[in-house]
Design a protein around this ligand. Structure first.
Ligand code: HEM
Length: 502
């Protein structure tokens, strides 16, 4: 026990010394702790703490999050500029994420380099071809809205748990583009997909954060760090998507694509180049579909949940919104895409919802694929890049009163849309350029160099360490990794407007 204790102290001291040794000309930031770096300093709301740090250190902050040297960008212009540079467009190779696809990164969200470019380009084109963002999608969404309204009507006057209320409808709309079929919103298989997606995101958010930020701990203490649980939770989800794709393929006639998955299968059949990510040996399809479900369903449904939460909180805003619905659409038909240009208040309201809820406050982490000179700083290759979207959404200089929920800020004095030079949702608008180098896997950080020493630590010592780290609220940072800000607690009572008036 004494030897182990000594080893632990040595590791602490060495990592403390190495931690203070920032790369030359690295952006400024507060002093961190050994091993865990700045994670414990983030408090309950990391995005808010990082915005506070901006006042002292400026919009480009250099920190250490567990094993990852990180640069946080907390200003809309800086974020936009960085994300438009190829050197910033890689992704960290986090073992806890690549493990879902057998240790090799697959799909769209966690890949980079030529694989990401190919998968992303194909996906953007084919989602569009099968209706995404077009009029053909409108009918699919309207089907979901009708069913959703029936569900609301059936519970009218009774409290309804808002968490997950939109998930089936949103997932169904995505499902119909990708797998060509529509299910009933209470279909057990769809419910199972929603349950698994939500569980996997919750799991990734909370218990897995230790495994994400301290990959060496995941290696040595897979159970304690939450790594094992995270991997186990993902397995059935991958199998579930795989099973649905296999069944779908039985009815596919080659060269006659009905949907995204058919097109993908045709593309794989056409591909002979073994270096292409579409070559059959690479097997990206399941993970591309999984990424679209995971990235599209939870985000959209949770944003809708926030919309409802704000409408309940601000009845005067709800009234203005309802008035525009009545004036432009009336009560006899459903809204259509063509109504959009006439619904300025609604547009402003949705913008304000996205700004105010800042659903993915720290975005999805990026990674530098080469050394970059940026605003007078040198950001070395293999640095994690964290765009603080919340920081951009709550910048006092841009918004004046960011803490107020005020859709009118998106309208000028004549009621016309007002544009801000800021980032609202960066999803799917990223650059298409090819980065020069592909990053070679997770960052080798000071502490990783001492893994052989840690190997000797007893389970007891590791468990003490994990408990201490948990107390330091390290979890919060992981919580914001995926879908950060969920609206879990609220219940609403749906009532028809005619009933309200009586
Ligand atoms: C309100 C809804 C949404 C929000 C708030 C949101 C937010 C985000 C954010 C912050 C990112 C990270 C961008 C970056 O890496 O810099 C992202 C990426 C992504 N989103 Fe969304 N998103 C939403 C809806 C959707 C939908 C509906 C889909 C698909 C159908 C989707 C698919 C993706 C994909 C595939 C990526 C990864 C892109 C890449 O790595 O190239 N998202 N999203």
């Amino acid at each position: 026990m004494i030897t182990e204790f000594l080893v632990f102290v040595v590791v602490l001291v060495v990592s403390l010394i190495l931690l203070q040794k920032k790369p030359k000309n690295f952006p400024p930031g507060p002093l961190g702790l050994p091993i865990v770096g700045h994670l414990p300093l983030l408090g309950q709301s990391p995005h808010k703490r990082l915005l506070e740090w901006k006042k002292k250190y400026g919009p480009i902050i250099g920190v250490q999050f567990g094993s990852f040297r990180t640069v946080v960008l907390t200003d809309a212009k800086v974020i936009r500029e960085a994300l438009n540079m190829p050197a910033f467009s890689a992704r960290p190779n986090i073992k806890a994420f690549s493990e879902r696809s057998g240790g090799v990164r697959k799909g769209i969200i966690f890949t980079d380099g030529h694989e990401w470019l190919e998968q992303r380009r194909f996906t953007l084109k084919n989602l569009r071809d099968f209706g995404f963002g077009r009029n053909t999608m409108e009918a699919k969404i309207q089907d979901e809205v009708i069913e959703l309204m029936d569900r609301f009507a059936a519970t009218a006057g009774k409290p309804l748990q808002m968490r997950n209320v939109f998930n089936s409808a949103v997932l169904n709309a995505l499902w119909s583009i990708m797998l060509g079929e529509r299910k009933k919103q209470d279909d057990p298989e769809l419910a199972e997909a929603v349950r698994r997606l939500t569980a996997s995101i919750d799991e990734n958010n909370i218990t897995a954060s230790l495994a994400i930020f301290l990959p060496w701990l995941a290696e040595f203490a897979p159970k304690l760090s939450g790594y094992e649980k995270m991997i186990k939770e993902n397995e059935p989800l991958v199998k579930f998507v795989q099973k649905n794709i296999d069944e779908h393929n039985k009815l596919h006639t080659a060269g006659e694509p009905r949907d995204y998955v058919d097109s993908y299968v045709d593309e794989v059949k056409r591909t002979t180049d073994p270096d292409s990510s579409f070559h059959e040996k690479n097997g990206h399809l399941t993970f591309a579909v999984l990424d679209l479900f995971a990235a599209g369903a939870e985000t959209t449904s949770t944003t809708l949940t926030w919309l409802f939460a704000y409408l309940v909180t601000y009845p005067e805003i709800q009234e203005k919104f309802q008035k525009e619905l009545d004036d432009v659409i009336g009560r006899e038909r459903l809204p259509a895409l063509s109504d959009r240009s006439k619904m300025r208040y609604t547009e402003a309201l949705l913008n304000e919802v996205m700004r105010f809820c800042s659903l993915v406050p720290l975005s999805v982490f990026h990674w530098t694929s080469e050394d970059v000179e940026f605003h007078g700083y040198t950001i070395p290759k293999d640095t994690m890049i964290m765009p603080n979207l919340y920081g951009a959404h709550f910048d006092e200089e841009v918004w004046g009163d960011p803490e107020n929920f005020r859709p009118d800020r998106f309208l000028d004095a004549n009621g016309n849309p007002k544009k801000y030079d800021t980032v609202l949702v960066v999803s799917l608008i990223l650059l298409q350029k090819k980065p020069k180098n592909f990053p070679p896997g997770p960052l080798g950080l000071p502490i990783v160099g001492h893994l052989p020493l840690l190997d000797k630590l007893s389970t007891e010592l590791l468990s003490m360490f994990v408990k201490a780290v948990r107390k330091l609220q390290i979890f919060n940072a992981g919580f914001y990794l995926a879908v950060g800000l969920t609206e879990k607690s609220r219940m609403i009572c749906a009532m028809s407007r005619d009933a309200q008036k009586k």
